[in-house]
Design a protein around this ligand. Structure first.
Ligand code: FES
Length: 294
């Protein structure tokens, strides 16, 4: 993908790059997705006799029917089950030794999980040890997208321990909202007015965006209203999420681009004039065209 290089040993440290595509994915044509009963954004397993991986499905007509695309970038430090090398057959070029990693025969299927969620922490401690996780560094913390097949209540207890440090339990103030009957939990930990971390879990992945909570993690002191809004995951003044970052150079989100298109910007050049997107390295231009094409 345009933002990452090889297995992200360098580019994976740049939060700005992961704001565009922050999770591994499998791209498939909507017709194939329908045949295999896979919804857009749902977790899907891709497997063959060599191994199996799990990633989020992206339905797109850019993908040829009968073929899947999986990026090569996500390795074990960034995700639990997305290392696509697991599916590559042991055929190598006789001279360079390079594996034939472009083509593998695979099966794709929906991947059932009991819950989905995300964890934002100030410190990175253990990996979450969930069935599925995917990691992105933040300016002052760490974001894990999560999904599990275990009991959500048990998962919540285990994961909340990744927010607090041993010995600091007395200083931490926990905010909680839970419905154990359906397995819906939201927790936030605050210490001396600073947000230390949040954990949101929902059986169907019905969750708010992450942007505002990530912004709160960067504050030295939360205002009263912000603190009270933490468990909603949304700004108290109803500020809109900027959506996924499309232009990494100028940090322009998809929502801002769509708003400008609605306001009459009908070309990449016009968007560049109003938002600057696409006017530096230009690697976001194909995506800008895609959004313009509607
Ligand atoms: S990503 Fe470089 S100009 Fe948009």
């Amino acid at each position: 993908i345009r933002d990452q290089w090889h297995t992200m040993t360098r580019t994976g440290k740049a939060r700005r790059l992961l704001q565009h595509i922050g999770e591994p994915f499998v791209a498939l044509h909507p017709e194939d997705a329908r045949r295999h009963r896979i919804g857009d954004g749902q977790l899907a397993s891709v497997e063959n006799r060599h191994g199996a991986i799990v990633m989020r499905a992206r339905l797109t007509t850019d993908q040829r029917p009968g073929e899947l695309f999986v990026p090569m970038h996500w390795s074990s430090p960034f995700s639990a089950r997305a290392r696509m090398g697991a599916l590559v057959q042991a055929t190598t070029d006789p001279l360079s030794g390079q594996p034939e990693s472009k083509f593998s025969r695979v099966r794709v299927a929906p991947c059932a999980v009991r819950w989905q969620g995300f964890l934002i922490t100030r410190e990175r401690r253990d990996d979450p040890r969930c069935f599925y996780w995917s990691y992105s560094p933040l300016p002052q913390g760490h974001l894990f997208e999560l999904a599990g097949r275990d009991d959500p209540d048990r998962a919540r207890r285990r994961l909340a321990a990744l927010i607090s440090e041993p010995g600091d339990a007395d200083d931490l103030h926990w905010l909680e909202m839970q419905d154990p009957y359906i397995g819906h939990f939201r927790q936030a930990a605050v210490r001396n007015g600073r947000l230390m971390g949040v954990l949101f879990i929902h059986p169907k992945g019905d969750l708010p965006g992450r942007d505002w909570l990530i912004e709160m993690l960067q504050r030295n002191a939360l205002e009263d209203m912000e603190r009270r809004a933490l468990l909603s995951g949304e700004a108290p003044d109803g500020g809109a999420e900027s959506g996924p970052v499309v232009c990494a150079c100028f940090q322009v989100g998809e929502s801002a681009i769509r708003a400008r298109i609605e306001a009459g910007d009908g070309s990449v050049e016009a968007l560049g004039k109003s938002l600057r997107c696409g006017t530096n390295c230009g690697s976001c231009i194909p995506e800008l065209k895609h959004i313009l094409a509607g």
